[in-house]
Design a protein around this ligand. Structure first.
Ligand SMILES: [Zn+2]
Length: 442
């Protein structure tokens, strides 16, 4: 009897251990500005693509077994920004608005889970769809009192010594009378790779080809063949981190979908949906890896805050929704704005609105709506694209309350080793604290 009990005890013990197994490979996906409704709207659009105008489709990561919701307030405001929220998600400590990797009164540096991973022998990297010196990636390697100190932030990258930095580029790599960031990176052993170049060597910085806008990768909705994309960055980062001892020592990789936030700031619903789908595809690269290493991989997906106060449902439509109409939009608000600026007169603009927004085709406008658009174009041509995007959202039934962030809760999803730790209600600092524990007790 005693023997049986002991055996049973050992068996249960080993099962519990397996469920709580410490991950060797950790993925941390942060959708900037990605609230619950960004996901709900995207999933409604996925259903519409399948001809279902009532239900919801599913993104890859919303099916993860561990699900929770996250409070995002920062040290000095209920409504956070990407610097304070990024720092909380990276370090496990609340800080003040605009602060990168420092305590709330900006007197001491505080260190991220990427730094902890490096310290514990894992390989480590950060990747983003915006510039590498932007708030979210910066929170994982830099320590600066202000998020707009782009040069100082970037110069912290070689000092932090993570194995990989990837994104669209740097905003201020070579200010006058200052040492060049690229020289500092090369001196620290980094190989700078552009576009689809091979990620080789021990340490690497991946960015877009020369001449591309360093501030961001092209938005998914505006993408052209040959553009650098977040899914491709993610896939190549995984391959790179597995080399040079990574397969043995494990790795930590943070991937930010940085332009979900920007689309939401612009109240550009169709662009937001495409960015969320693109982010999901980047997560797909990690999921493929997870399927090969299911017992050793952890994937956590969350957001730093919600942006835009997005809602599914509007007064003008009552209980109806037509989210499928968002598919009529063929470019971002920014690209539409540029095209309108280059167009000569209202007739040309009207044609553009037909081609790029489906106005007059799939999206049926009233005479009053047309004349309001014409009036906007005549009086403030620069506001026409914004008015068009808002009009499409109105017809679709998607609404926004703000062009800023909101204080609403955001979701968290996890799959893999120790993923159960991310179930339930939690604060953003607890996510980093849980990751840190998994890394340090490895
Ligand atoms: Zn933002």
């Amino acid at each position: 009897m005693k023997k049986t009990l002991l055996l049973l005890f050992l068996l249960v013990g080993s099962l519990v251990c397996r469920a709580g197994e410490r991950p060797k490979y950790i993925f941390y996906f942060i959708g900037d500005g990605m609230g619950h409704n960004a996901l709900a709207l995207t999933e409604a659009c996925l259903a519409d693509e399948q001809g279902d105008d009532i239900g919801f489709g599913t993104l890859r990561f919303t099916r993860f077994p561990a699900v929770g919701f996250v409070t995002t307030w920062c040290a000095n405001r209920r409504m956070t920004d990407s610097a304070a929220a990024g720092t909380a998600l990276a370090t496990g400590q609340k800080t003040s608005v605009g602060t990168i990797g420092m305590n709330a009164d900006r007197t001491e540096p505080i260190y991220s889970v990427a730094a902890a991973a490096k310290e514990h022998g894992m390989r480590s990297g950060v990747a983003t769809s915006v510039s590498i010196d932007h708030a979210t990636p910066a929170s994982f390697y830099a320590h600066q009192p202000k998020r707009n100190l782009y040069y100082e932030i970037a110069m912290d990258a070689p000092a932090a010594g993570l194995d990989l930095y990837a994104g669209s580029g740097f905003l201020k790599p070579e200010p006058s009378r200052q040492p060049s960031l690229y020289d500092a990176l090369e001196k620290a052993g980094y190989k700078i790779v552009r576009g689809d170049g091979e990620l080789s060597g021990k340490r690497v910085v991946l960015m877009q080809n020369e001449g591309a806008n360093p501030a961001n990768l092209p938005l998914a909705i505006d993408r052209q063949p040959g553009d650098l994309t977040l899914p491709s960055i993610t896939r190549r980062s995984i391959d790179f981190l597995m080399r040079d001892g990574g397969a043995k020592r494990g790795f930590f990789l943070m991937v930010e979908g940085g332009q979900i936030d920007w689309a939401a700031h612009s109240n550009d619903a169709a662009t937001l949906v495409q960015e969320v789908k693109d982010f999901d595809e980047a997560i797909g690269a990690a999921l493929d890896f997870y399927r090969e290493h299911p017992d050793e991989t952890l994937i956590v997906v969350t957001a730093d805050h919600e942006t835009g106060g997005l809602a599914l449902g509007r007064d003008n439509l009552g209980y109806d929704t037509y989210f499928g109409l968002l598919a009529a939009q063929k470019c971002s608000k920014g690209h539409l704005e540029e095209a309108i600026e280059a167009a000569s007169g209202w007739e040309a603009v009207k044609t553009l609105l037909g081609e790029r927004m489906g106005f007059g085709g799939q999206v049926v406008l009233t005479d009053q709506e047309w004349s309001q658009l014409e009036k906007t174009y005549a009086e403030h041509p620069g506001r026409t694209a914004g008015a068009a995007v808002e009009l499409l959202a109105r017809h679709a039934g998607a609404g926004w309350t703000t062009g800023s962030h909101t204080a609403t809760y955001v979701p968290v999803f996890a799959i893999g080793a120790s993923s159960e730790k991310f179930n339930g209600r939690q604060d953003n600092t607890q996510i980093a604290a849980a990751l840190r524990k998994l890394i340090e007790e490895k």
